[in-house]
Design a protein around this ligand. Sequence first.
Ligand SMILES: Cc1cc2nc3c(=O)[nH]c(=O)nc-3n(C[C@H](O)[C@H](O)[C@H](O)COP(=O)(O)OP(=O)(O)OC[C@H]3O[C@@H](n4cnc5c(N)ncnc54)[C@H](O)[C@@H]3O)c2cc1C
Length: 495
Amino acid sequence: MEKKKEVPRILVCGTGVAGSAFAAILARRLGGNVALTVTERAERVRDQGYGLDLDVYGQLAMARAGLYDHYWSISKNRSDSMAMYPMKGPEAQFVYFRPNLLRKWLPSVFGAQPESNRGELRALFLRELETTYAATTKVAYEQGAFELKKAGNGVEAFEKGGKSLGIFDLVVDASGVHSPLRGYRVDDPEGKHLDFYMMIHGVVSNPEATVDPEFVRRLGTHGTLFVFGRGYFFFTQRFGPGDDDKRMALLYYVPTDSETKLFDDIGIDPTSSRRDGIMTDHRLEKVKEWIVKDMGDHFDPCYRDFVKHLDRVTIRPNVTHGLQTTFKKECDIPVVCIGDALLGCGIGGGGNLALKDAVELAELLEDPSAFEKTTGGGLVANLPHLRKKEAEWLKLKMDWLYAKETDLGPAVFTREPGVVELEWSHMWPNSPIKRFILSTIFKWFAALTCWWFKLDLKHGVANSHPASPHFPQVLKAAREAKNRTPPNVVLKKTN
Ligand SMILES: Cc1cc2nc3c(=O)[nH]c(=O)nc-3n(C[C@H](O)[C@H](O)[C@H](O)COP(=O)(O)OP(=O)(O)OC[C@H]3O[C@@H](n4cnc5c(N)ncnc54)[C@H](O)[C@@H]3O)c2cc1C
């Protein structure tokens, strides 16, 4: 009888964007050469948030999982741009977009990047694991991993009550900012904490049909509107895929250091679970009233009208980790953290950074040197190899979080009595030179973006659609994934 080949046993904790993408890519790349177990603390079907404009890495994740053909079925046509408006005033001050000319000439930088639906993205990855790769992948919901113990060269994982989830050669912690496993990998003296603000999210099902036409005019074909002042700001963002799904999310920021105080101010009880947190009952009206009151007269009426048409709301703290996070000096347990589990980056790019980790970790594990055979039998993960990459991810996330917290963060998150306009003097308070350069150059650059976007709009070429230029590196990966069968991994022997 032929001897069964020994393949690495990998446990993936969490099926957010990072965990589901990582597992789907690895299943596709390694096929029968890996035994994947995926465990998720929450139920399978649940609210997954709103939009995500997948950058090169986000799109590469889909391509490498062999799913890029579905990209436009989860994305919104011509939704790439973000317009920034002051709290009062009918004209955008800055448009973040990909000019048609640059999309054509330099698609590797300016390839299509519309808003995609986060829930649909995750569902695609999970469906693939549960159907195509069902023979090599076990996926379990309502089963969290909370404890790890070294077991030989591997690691044993346990549920909350102490029930074993099995022994694995590697655990990939993708359990997000609330990860209970992160402490095995890093030291973080400050730990998980509420950072600057609470966020009120909500959904308007069809702004075109319900909201003040002036709002709809300002929105135009943009995927995102960002309306800002000093300590007052919000985003409205498309997240319904296809042309008929008009859903838009509201992300309203409330600078505060106390979660309880916000619930008290609104006059509702703090929510007890993710499901309970989605408010469509009597609490919805109270929250809407509170936001409208908080906006006061600072914003144009069309924005308050958007709030009045919300069909549901959720209140969530903006949780992140400490900037003093370092790797543990001694960690011989084969566990690696990806996504927000490594450092909670959250809104504004955390999703794309999480997908980057997923793509790169899968790439590393595909290499035949990722696991080695021991003389005593069994496999051992090549930890130094993995940890080098993990350190790169942490550095990138630290830099990103540091910039968010120290430069623009305080300027937009701070409220000052009687001051609602955001002035240049509020930005980069410790760097007058930077402030001067930006305040002089940026003014012209911002005006240029508004003019250029209008020009693209006039010629019917603003923002991308399925026939627009895409990132060539993604198209190449998608083609390669389609034409390839998983390689037969040959494992090296160690002494
Ligand atoms: C309102 C909002 C809007 C955002 N918009 C953007 C955006 O436009 N662009 C962007 O790039 N980023 C955005 N982000 C940030 C982005 O959503 C996160 O950075 C991203 O979701 C992190 O992915 P993750 O897979 O690491 O963690 P998560 O998405 O948090 O997933 C973690 C998963 O692990 C599960 N889990 C938790 N504990 C356990 C356990 N013990 N065992 C097993 N499973 C467990 C959780 O249930 C969850 O499913 C936004 C965030 C928010 C809140």
